[in-house]
Design a protein around this ligand. Structure first.
Ligand code: ZN
Length: 238
């Protein structure tokens, strides 16, 4: 993933670097069926530092999300199994690998709360309790809001680059939102009527509303595994 591809501009930090790498817009480990042949992947050029930093953030976010998604749904079944293996020391190939998995597991466990410890605030829309279990049987995991925002920003930068070849520079502001079900419903007809769809189903579906006057400006709805949505707007700074 970090094989150099020559010089150019990093889509994330916009620095000109000698050695760009290919960064997967939708991370490889997030694909529901990684082993499917002929899988299409979106890639964008990124500097080594950004690629590496995103890789770590995405791995952490994925492990946490895997604890919240539906373990039986076709789009997330393998994701959940892979995440559980990733924190299973017994699956380690050698001592170092076992230790790495053990540490990941500890980090996950430190961020889990159960029963009435679970805060009723800040629950990500669509990722709350969906199985009707009593509170004392529920668990929750804390995830940095910033991780969702960064991940959503990456997808938007990637889509704008891949579709139009544009870089979103400092003149623009990228704003992330997790909408309530009401807010989501309110925007649904706009996205349905005016949005163009960019999808790698069942992993990710991005619906984009872009005015013709400025292809960097727009609204994006990003749905992951058919289970949760992130919203992003890109506007010119005042
Ligand atoms: Zn960079």
């Amino acid at each position: 993933m970090t094989k150099p591809i020559g010089e150019g501009i990093c889509v994330h930090c916009l620095r000109y670097v000698d050695k760009l790498t290919w960064d997967h817009v939708f991370p490889v480990s997030w694909y529901p069926h990684r082993t499917s042949p002929g899988i299409e992947m979106w890639k964008m050029p990124a500097c080594h530092e950004c690629n590496h930093a995103y890789g770590r953030m995405e791995e952490n976010l994925l492990l946490r999300l895997a604890m919240c998604v539906d373990p039986e749904a076709p789009a997330t079944k393998e994701i959940v199994q892979r995440a559980l293996r990733a924190v299973d020391a017994d699956a380690g190939r050698n001592y170092k690998d076992k230790l790495r998995r053990y540490k990941k597991r500890e980090s996950i466990l430190r961020n889990i709360s159960s029963g009435d410890q679970i805060s009723s605030e800040g629950i990500y829309p669509q990722l709350g309790e969906r199985w009707g279990r009593p509170v004392d049987q529920q668990s929750a995991i804390s995830v940095k809001a910033e991780s969702f925002a960064k991940f959503a920003e990456k997808i938007v930068r990637g889509i704008v680059f891949i579709q139009d070849g544009h870089l979103i520079d400092d003149r623009y502001q990228i704003v992330f939102a997790a909408l309530t079900p009401e807010g989501d419903r309110e925007l649904d007809s706009s996205f349905r009527d005016h949005g163009s769809i960019h999808a790698l189903e069942p992993g990710i579906v991005v619906t984009r509303i872009a005015p013709e006057s400025d292809p960097c400006v727009g609204a994006f709805r990003i749905e992951v595994w058919g289970q949760f949505r992130m919203f992003v707007t890109v506007q010119l700074r005042a």
